[in-house]
Design a protein around this ligand. Structure first.
Ligand code: FAD
Ligand code: FES
Length: 271
């Protein structure tokens, strides 16, 4: 079991935990994820690593309270313990590319911060887009400024910064980027890829298919990339965004929706 050493609320229903886990922190790299289990017998849920502090022996992650397990997780307090497995998945390719565009949406702004930091430390010129549905769900804008040469803010409803991501078309027409990395909801990843494709900017996206074991055994996280079947957990979670079958991924993410809703309702009623 791993102790929660700090807990923050980044935005409504978006929490940040720093967890004591020296053995995981030692091996973790940006782009990887962990499996979190609340209590002894619960399901495992995958969450991206958003902070690594090898001196303190901690890792951090941020999560959105969307269903039963993430709501249960959100009830834990500093000093409580939980099970964490990892690091899992492949690390991001971090090296000097030149100009890197980092797009983080929703809760995934948190792990994108770790990547932006790593790209900056590798000598890249980093431009960041911080996006959310609405103003009150934005966070880490100031932290991103520390890691980026330029930060753009975008909200779906236009309550802060640009409305939507279409402004990026003008940015891409005036500036040349050598790489784009995107983390966020699948619909956002798809839009980013449609924007970068005409400019032939290599675009790496973090996919979040539903996972069960996170270790390549169950096949639940199947995605199609370049017409081939891949497992999100062991082949990813990062893939060439221009080759991803996003429609299939969007449909597969909805497979268990009735069960997920029921599970959340039952938990809220009975605990
Ligand atoms: C590699 C990877 C990294 C991830 N990193 C993060 C992270 O850093 N922070 C974070 O908050 N979430 C992350 N997720 C998504 C997270 O695992 C799910 O939100 C979580 O499993 C939901 O569990 P639940 O029981 O609370 O909700 P459920 O009852 O399982 O689902 C509630 C709602 O959330 C949707 N949902 C469930 N799983 C996913 C998913 N994998 N992707 C998109 N929507 C989903 C369902 O369709 C449903 O609408 C990641 C997923 C993967 C595969
Ligand atoms: S989650 Fe089971 S194979 Fe990827």
């Amino acid at each position: 079991m791993h102790e929660i050493v700090s807990k923050l609320e980044l935005a409504p229903k978006i929490k940040w935990f720093e967890v004591d886990a020296p053995e995981i922190s030692e091996k973790s790299q940006p782009g990887q994820f962990i499996m979190v289990i609340v209590g002894e017998r619960n399901e495992r849920i995958p969450l991206n690593i958003a902070g690594i502090d090898r001196n303190k022996g901690t890792i951090s992650f941020a999560f959105n309270e969307v269903g039963k397990t993430t709501k249960e997780l959100g009830l834990l307090k500093k000093g409580d313990s939980l099970n964490v497995l990892g690091p899992l998945g492949n690390p991001s390719e971090i090296k000097k590319f030149g100009k890197v565009l980092c797009v983080g949406g929703g809760v995934m702004i948190a792990p994108m911060y770790l990547q932006a930091q790593a790209f900056r430390e590798a000598g890249n010129d980093v431009t960041t887009v911080v996006g959310a549905r609405t103003k009150k769900l934005l966070f880490f804008e100031d932290e991103m400024k520390e890691q980026s040469h330029k930060v753009y803010v975008a909200t779906d409803d236009g309550s802060q910064g640009h409305q939507g991501l279409s402004f990026l078309k003008d940015v891409l027409q005036t500036e040349k980027f050598d790489r784009c990395v995107a983390m966020g909801p699948v619909a956002m990843l798809k839009s980013v890829c449609e924007l970068t494709r005409p400019f032939a900017i290599p675009t790496i996206v973090t996919l979040t298919p539903i996972m069960v074991d996170g270790m390549g055994m169950c096949g639940c996280c199947r995605v199609t990339v370049d017409g081939k079947m891949k497992f999100g957990c062991v082949d990813g979670p990062e893939f060439n965004g221009h080759q991803v079958d996003f429609e299939e991924l969007i449909n597969r993410q909805k497979i268990f929706l009735p069960e997920e809703r029921l599970s959340s309702l039952l938990w809220e009623k009975t605990g």
